[in-house]
Structures are given as C-alpha cells and as structure tokens.
Ligand binder design. Structure first.
Ligand code: HEC
Length: 108
C-alpha cells in the first residue's frame, strides 16, 4: 500500500519534467514544414537558412500578423516559400496556423 502511494507520488513529480520537453510537431508539419522551419519553427535548418525563412516563433512578428494572413501565405506561398494550397486541405492549413500560434510560449 505504502509502495503504491510513493509510486503515484513519483509519477506526479515526473509530469512537469515531461511537459518541459520541446513540443512535438504534427504529422503535417513534419512532412511539409520541418525541412525549412524546423521543429521549433525558428527556421534554423539548412534549407531554412538558405531560403531565409523567418522565425515563426517570434512573438513580435506573430502579434503583427492575422490568422488570415498566415493561412493565405501557407496556401499561396510567400516569397521563397512554396504554396501548399493544393497539397493540404483547408482544415489542415487551419490546424497548421493554430500550431504556429502555439510556438510562442506564454510570457515570452
Ligand atoms: C522550402 C522551404 C519552406 C517550406 C517547406 C515551408 N516554408 Fe514557410 N517560409 C519559407 C520562407 C523562405 C518564408 C519567408 C517568406 C517571407 O515571409 O518573406 C516562409 C514563411 C512562412 C510564413 C510567414 C508568411 C508570412 O505571411 O509572413 C508562414 C506562416 C510559414 N512560412 C508557414 C509554413 C508552413 C505551415 C509550412 C508547411 C506547410 C511551411 N511554411 C513550409 C520557406 C518554407
């Protein structure tokens, strides 16, 4: 009985550690976006640097763009970023926009 209780306590303590790990990206992100924007959205990958992809996790930039603008950039492309409107459904694009919003940590 005692042992069960301490095991439960241990797993509770482990929870915040798991939450502190970098967030995993969705399958659609991994398949289409990671090559340039990386898993953290900061675009420090070889392709991202070559194409000068922006830091999508920059809170100042995020505050300056609307969801509609992000959606249309993903669908139609933007400068050297390719268009994904034929490859991804509207729902997938919306989910990716939400994922980009999630890159900004609260308070940063
Ligand atoms: C071949 C490299 C490449 C891939 C793949 C790529 N991007 Fe980009 N992305 C770029 C570049 C380069 C820019 C910078 C263009 C700009 O804003 O001037 C950019 C900019 C953006 C922007 C900002 C556009 C704006 O309106 O300012 C968003 C949002 C974005 N990418 C999302 C995505 C998502 C989501 C995916 C996957 C579906 C993706 N990108 C895949 C290269 C890429």
């Amino acid at each position: 009985m005692k042992r069960t209780a301490s095991l439960a306590l241990l797993s509770l303590l482990a929870l915040p550690l798991a939450a502190a790990e970098p967030p995993k990206r969705s399958a659609a992100w991994e398949a289409n976006c990671t090559v340039c924007h990386g898993d953290d959205g900061r675009s420090q990958t070889e392709e991202g640097l070559k194409k000068r992809a922006r830091n999508l996790a920059d809170p100042k930039w995020q505050a300056s763009v609307s969801d509609g603008r992000l959606e249309s950039s993903i669908k139609r492309g933007h400068d050297r970023m390719p268009a994904f409107g034929r490859k991804l459904s509207g729902e997938q694009v919306k989910a990716l926009v939400a994922e980009i919003r999630g890159l900004v940590k609260p308070g940063s």
